[in-house]
Design a protein around this ligand. Structure first.
Ligand code: BG6
Length: 489
C-alpha cells in the first residue's frame, strides 16, 4: 500500500448521508490509522464550493468519538487537509475528466486506486457511473463504486439498473451497500451461531419455533416524506435490511469465510423462500396523535407526501423457507416508523421442552416457559437468553430470567459505526458484506408480487397512532402462526 494512493470520491458530497455518515466514518478510520498512508478524499456535487468551504462543512460534523479524553483536533486538521472538492454536473463527462486531472495531481506511487461513493438519488446512478468509468477510472489500479439503496423498486427496475451498471462496470467493481450488514451485532451473528456448540445444533426446525426480525423507530418520516412515499416501509427496510439479516441467520454453513462462499449460501436460502403472499402481510400508516400536550403529525400531514397516500409506514409479514432445515418455521418480520420505541432486534423462540417436568409450574401458559434468544442490534447492543430458573427459597416457584451479555458492560469501548466497517472493507476489496446481484434478484423476487398487489388493489393501510405499538393486525398475523411477538410480551 505504501507505493499506491487510494482516493475516495464522495459523489453527492453536500447531501445528508455524506455529511452525517460518510465523512465522519472516513475520519474515524483515519483516526484509527486504518486508511492507507496515501489517501485523499474528494467531494463531488453540483453545489459550488471551495476546498476550504467543504472542509468547514465536513468539520462541523466530525466528532472525536473514539477517544473523547484526548484532544483529536490535530488529527481532524490533518484529515481535513486531505479533503478536496470538485463541483460538477452528474452527467457531464467533461466535469469528471476535470476531476480525473485533480485526482492525478494528488496521486503518488506506482498505482492509483479509486473508490467512488454514490451518495445520490438512484435516477442518476447510471449517468454518474457512465461518466466516471469513461473519464475518471484508474488507469493504474482498481476502480470501485459503492452504491446505496434503493436498487430499483421491484424485480424489473432493479434488473434494469443492474444491466445498465454492468455496461460500465464489472460485478466485482460494484459494492452494493446495506448498512445493516456493517452493524456489529449483525456481523456477530455468524460467530454466535457457528462458533458455539450450544447454539449451532439447535439452529433448525427441530428446536426453533419461530424467528422474529423487528425494526422500529420512534420518529416518522419527517423531512423525508417525498423520498419515502415512493418506496414505503417494505422496500425501505424489509426487502433489504431485515431480509439480509434473515439470510445470514438462516443460511447453511458456508464452505469458508470467503465472500463468495458466504454469498452463495445467502442466495441459496433466499431462493428457497416462498414468495410472500398478500394474506401474510399487514400494512399500516401512522396517524396524528396528541400526547402530553404535544401534537404528533400524521404521515399524510407531511407536505411532501401526496394527499391520500396509501404508502405503508408499518408492515408485518410472515415468511417461510421451504428447505429441510426450516420447513414450517415462521420467520416473522415487523418494521415501522413513528412507533413507541427505537429498536432493531432478532428474537428466536425455541420449542417447548417435551414432557416438561415443570409444566404445571407455568400454569396453562407454556409460552411463559419458552427459551428465547434475543440479539439486540440497537440501541444498547446485547445478546440475552431467557432461561427458566427456580426462585431461591423453600417453595418451588419458577422464574424466567436472562443470561445477559450487555455490550456496554462487557466491551466498554464504543462500537464503530456500520459505515466505518463497510468503507474499510470496500477499500480493502472485501466483498463479504456487500450484496451480489443474484442476491438482489432473489430478494426482489420474494417481495415484488405482493408489492404490486398492494398497489394495484389500493389496499388501505391500517392506521395507528404516532408513538403507539403499531396496528393490531400484526398480532392477528402472528397469532395465525401461533406466535406472540416477543417484544410485546
Ligand atoms: C435506512 C432507511 O436505510 O435505514 C431509513 O432508509 C432508516 O428509513 C434507516 O431510518 C435506519 O438506519 P439506522 O442505522 O439508523 O437504524
Amino acid at each position: 500500500q505504501i507505493d499506491s494512493t487510494v482516493s475516495i470520491t464522495v459523489v453527492g458530497a453536500s447531501g445528508d448521508l455524506a455529511k452525517k455518515k460518510i465523512f465522519p466514518a472516513l475520519f474515524a478510520l483515519f483516526y484509527e490509522d486504518c486508511l492507507p498512508k496515501h489517501f485523499t478524499v474528494f467531494g463531488y456535487s453540483r453545489t459550488q464550493l471551495t476546498d476550504e468551504e467543504l472542509r468547514n462543512m465536513i468539520g462541523k460534523t466530525l466528532t472525536c468519538r473514539i477517544d473523547k479524553r484526548e484532544n483529536c483536533g490535530d488529527k481532524m486538521e490533518q484529515f481535513l487537509q486531505r479533503c478536496f472538492y470538485h463541483s460538477g454536473q452528474y452527467s457531464s463527462e467533461e466535469d469528471f475528466l476535470e476531476l480525473d486531472r485533480k485526482l492525478k495531481d494528488k496521486e503518488v506511487g506506482k498505482s492509483a486506486n479509486r473508490l467512488f461513493y454514490l451518495s445520490i438519488p438512484p435516477n442518476i446512478f447510471v449517468d454518474v457511473v457512465r461518466c466516471a468509468s469513461r473519464t475518471a477510472s484508474s488507469p493504474t489500479g482498481w476502480t470501485r463504486v459503492i452504491v446505496e439503496k434503493p436498487f430499483g423498486r421491484d424485480s424489473q427496475s432493479s434488473g434494469e439498473l443492474t444491466r445498465s451498471l454492468k455496461q460500465h462496470l464489472t460485478e466485482d467493481q460494484i459494492f452494493r451497500i446495506d448498512h445493516y450488514l456493517g452493524k456489529e451485532l449483525v456481523e456477530n451473528l455468524s460467530v454466535l451461531r457457528f462458533s458455539n456448540l450450544v447454539f449451532e445444533p439447535l439452529w433448525s426446525r427441530k428446536f426453533i419455533r419461530n424467528v422474529q426480525l423487528i425494526f422500529s423507530e420512534d420518529f416518522g418520516t419527517e423531512g423525508r416524506g417525498g423520498y419515502f412515499d415512493n418506496y414505503g416501509i417494505i422496500r425501505d427496510i424489509m426487502q433489504n435490511h431485515l431480509l439480509q439479516i434473515l439470510a445470514l441467520f438462516a443460511m447453511e454453513t458456508p464452505v469458508s469465510l470467503d465472500a463468495e462462499d458466504i454469498r452463495n449460501e445467502k442466495v441459496k436460502v433466499l431462493r428457497s423462500m416462498r414468495t410472500l403472499q398478500l394474506d401474510d402481510v399487514v400494512v399500516g400508516q401512522y396517524k396524528g396523535h396528541t400526547r402530553g400536550g404535544r401534537s404528533l403529525p400524521a404521515y399524510i400531514d407531511d407536505p411532501t407526501v401526496p394527499k391520500g397516500s396509501l404508502t405503508p409506514t408499518f408492515a408485518a409479514a410472515a415468511l417461510f423457507i421451504d428447505n429441510a432445515r426450516w420447513d414450517g418455521v415462521p420467520f416473522l418480520m415487523k418494521a415501522g416508523k413513528a412507533l413507541n420505541t427505537r429498536r432493531a432486534e432478532i428474537r428466536v423462540q425455541f420449542r417447548h421442552v417435551p414432557g416438561n417436568l415443570y409444566k404445571r409450574n407455568f400454569g396453562t401458559d407454556l409460552d411463559k416457559a419458552t427459551n428465547e434468544l434475543v440479539i439486540r442490534v440497537q440501541p444498547d447492543e446485547a445478546i440475552y437468553l431467557k432461561i427458566n430458573n427456580k426462585i431461591p427459597g423453600l417453595s418451588m416457584r419458577l422464574d424466567s430470567s436472562n443470561l445477559n451479555l450487555l455490550y456496554a458492560s462487557r466491551y466498554p469501548r464504543e462500537i464503530p459505526d456500520a459505515y466505518e466497517r463497510l468503507l474499510l472493507d470496500a477499500i480493502e476489496g472485501e466483498r463479504r458484506l456487500f450484496i451480489r446481484s443474484d442476491e438482489l434478484d432473489a430478494a426482489w423476487a420474494l417481495f415484488t408480487p405482493v408489492l404490486k398487489e398492494l398497489e394495484d388493489k389500493r389496499i388501505a393501510p391500517e392506521l395507528y397512532p404516532y408513538g403507539s405499538r403499531g396496528p393490531v393486525g400484526a398480532h392477528y398475523l402472528a397469532a395465525k402462526y401461533n406466535v406472540r411477538w416477543g417484544d410485546l410480551s
